[in-house]
Design a protein around this ligand. Structure first.
Ligand code: B16
Ligand code: MG
Length: 216
């Protein structure tokens, strides 16, 4: 069977990590501690709830259940303010052309993202109609590195997990793809994403043919 592609969103298709960072920083500051860009690295691919737990640990801060829920709502409201401003110019280098190259080969394409805002972001960057299936944080109950998001994407596409190639920028996401029994291409730094089959710095100048050649 023809392989299918499953793309992570934040950090693979679009650069939204900086907006997550700004929103979490504002929340942390309002709770009385700082949150650095370095800390933010740990949140890549991590769900909203797990991200807040991690941030509170970093700030040595405890919230009761009601405050925790309110903090999640505040962070997302702030993130949405940033997201409303984005457009296709925020698509990462080469990502749209790469996606197109897979579709042009007749390959099925899915999104596999932890974000509950994925559809809104795809709308804003005008790529919503480029996916045969979209599995996001609203459709899964277990966060990456659990394989649920990618297994669901394969199921929605009607392809076997072993026929899927996942593109991921986060360690948790690479592990999720591995746990799903899929091939995985890391997008980012090779020393960080060392569990991927191979790593590309980004999609610039590449097409799906280059990736398929590596797996041949
Ligand atoms: P939201 P991905 C992930 O998206 C982000 O990398 C991560 O930083 C974020 O906390 C998570 O989505 C949840 O996002 O708050 O929008 O639901 O990389 O899996 O596409
Ligand atoms: Mg990501």
């Amino acid at each position: 069977m023809k392989p299918a592609c499953i793309f992570d969103l934040d950090g693979v298709i679009v650069d939204t990590a900086k907006y997550h960072y700004l929103a979490w920083k504002r929340l942390a500051n309002s709770l009385g501690f700082d949150f650095t860009e370095h800390d933010n690295e740990q949140l890549k691919g991590v769900s909203r709830i797990e991200s807040l737990k991690l941030i509170l640990r970093l700030g040595d801060k405890q919230l009761d259940a009601e405050e925790f829920e309110a903090a999640l709502v505040r962070k997302n409201a702030c993130y949405l303010e940033y997201i409303q401003q984005i457009g296709p110019e925020e698509i990462l280098p080469g990502a749209a052309a790469f996606l197109n190259s897979a579709r042009a080969q007749g390959m099925k394409v899915a999104l596999g993202s932890a974000s509950k805002n994925a559809v809104l972001i795809l709308e804003r960057i005008q790529l919503l109609d480029q996916f045969d299936a979209i599995v996001d944080g609203n459709k899964v109950s277990k966060a990456k590195p659990d394989p649920e998001v990618f297994l669901k994407a394969a199921e929605e596409l009607g392809v076997a997990a072993s026929d899927c190639i996942v593109f991921e920028d986060a360690v948790a996401g690479v592990l999720a793809a591995r746990h799903a029994g899929m091939k995985v291409v890391g997008i980012g730094a090779a020393n960080v994403l060392d569990q991927a089959h191979f790593v590309l710095p980004n999609f610039a100048g590449l097409s799906i043919t280059d990736v398929l050649a590596k797996f041949a």
